[in-house]
Design a binder for this molecule. Structure first.
Ligand SMILES: [Zn+2]
Length: 128
């Protein structure tokens, strides 16, 4: 993957502006911030709205799994061997552990389509 020579970030080829001289090897964010391209020209720039929407989509996807994992860690650390709450919480965690993968598999296509919808269309110019 190419390296931006302004911010030294490594991104996909789609995340770079096109041109020679000062515009060579510059990512869209640095290009917009330094005024080399406008926001409209940099179609693949993830603006604030788009970043927030993508973050929210990814959080909704992985949130339950992270919650269940943290729940298990807390249960093992604090609750194991302290009935009756250890048993109640164990039941909830067990149920969550069984249901979460099923829900994640069932909603996988929806997640991918949401993320595709939130990915800017990009036409690769000729020669790139
Ligand atoms: Zn950059």
């Amino acid at each position: 993957m190419p390296l931006c020579r302004v911010c030294n970030g490594t991104f996909n080829r789609e995340q770079f502006i096109h041109g020679v001289g000062p515009r060579a090897q510059v990512c869209v964010r640095c290009g917009v911030e330094s005024g080399m391209v406008t926001k409209e020209e940099a179609a693949s720039l993830y603006g604030e709205d788009l970043s927030a929407a993508r973050l929210s989509t990814v959080s909704r996807r992985w949130g339950p799994l992270i919650t269940i994992s943290i729940g298990w860690i807390l249960w093992i650390t604090f609750l194991a061997g302290n009935p009756p709450w250890s048993l109640y919480v164990l039941g909830l965690l067990g149920l969550g552990t069984l249901v979460t993968p099923v829900v994640m598999i069932a909603y996988g296509p929806k997640f991918r389509s949401d993320l595709d919808r939130l990915t800017p269309a990009y036409d690769r110019p000729k020669g790139h």
